[in-house]
Design a protein around this ligand. Structure first.
Ligand code: SHN
Ligand code: NAI
Length: 204
């Protein structure tokens, strides 16, 4: 398995099945801007709410290959292992396929994830223990507290300025390395002081 961050904005993601597990996969996909199409004869209340709010499309039917042949991503989340396996067999090699009932099938897993602003914490156990992945994610989330949101925004701005500034490469890498110091996470005064220093360097 090879970890990546995927841009799904505007991409068609077909989710087959409309139960709790399908819903759990759909929520972060919607947050990432995916176009979701649910194929399922029945859907749970939470999914129905999203449908009412027109956040996704739903077809109340059993899945057929034509429902997902053009999808960028296919998630098989029915409660039937046979149906999920059949979907897997009918997908194309260049589609992203996740089979919730069998970690050996499909070509990607969904890790346990959480976001702190620009920081993404994502943990996978490769199917060995989703429960442990969730526990480790929560432990990390407690360790990387809310302070990281402001800190990451500061790092983003500072790095942009440094990269665009008229400095030689070694000066740039020294400044970028310095930013990792805890004091910039913990103190707004230190962050402001750094930004002023950058401004002085570029004006001078
Ligand atoms: C392979 C994978 C496929 C995929 O879905 O991509 C998969 C497969 C399976 N999960 C099963 C069970 C459980 N899954 C969870 C929870 C999560 N499962 C997630 C991902 C993944 N689950 C992928 C591997 C990720 C990895 O290992 O790192 C998380 C991380 C992300 C998410 O779902 O969004 C989410 C945590 C969300 C959070 O962080 O909050 C819990 C605990 C709970 O619900 O609280 C249980 C019960 C306890 C247990 O079994 O550990 C079963 C057995 C089903 C059965 O018995 O019928 C299978 C099937 C199999 O093992 O083949
Ligand atoms: N990956 C994960 O994190 C986990 C995966 N699982 C697996 O996920 C499966 C689904 O779990 P739940 O959502 O709780 O089940 P559920 O019973 O709440 O929902 C199943 C959904 O599949 C739909 N469905 C059934 N046959 C279909 C078909 N032919 N075409 C389209 N839709 C169809 C049903 O209408 C229903 O909406 C479990 O059976 C289990 O194998 C379970 C726990 C965690």
């Amino acid at each position: 398995m090879f970890p990546i961050m995927l841009n799904v904005a505007g991409k068609l993601c077909v989710v087959i099945g409309g139960g709790k597990i399908a819903y759990r996969k759909v929520v972060p996909l919607l947050e990432a801007g995916a176009c979701i199409h649910i194929i399922s004869p029945e859907i749970c209340e939470e999914m129905n709410k999203l449908w009412t709010e027109q956040k996704l499309k739903v077809s109340l039917k059993e899945a057929e290959q034509s429902d997902y042949e053009h999808a960028f991503m296919v998630i098989a989340a029915t409660n039937s292992n046979e149906v999920n396996e059949h979907i897997h067999e009918n997908t194309k090699e260049n589609q992203l396929v996740n089979i919730v009932s069998d970690h050996k099938l499909g070509n990607f897993h969904i890790p346990s994830s959480a976001v702190r602003g620009r920081l993404v914490i994502s943990v996978s156990t490769g199917g060995a223990s989703p429960a442990l992945a969730k526990k480790i994610k929560n432990d990390l989330l407690a360790q990387f507290d809310e302070a990281y949101e402001c800190y990451l925004d500061f790092l983003w701005e500072a790095r942009k300025k440094i990269k665009n500034g008229r400095l030689d490469n070694s000066e740039k890498s020294n400044l970028l390395a310095e930013l990792i110091d805890e004091k910039y996470k913990d103190s707004e005064i230190e962050r402001n002081r750094f930004m002023t220093r950058l401004q002085d360097m570029f004006n001078g």
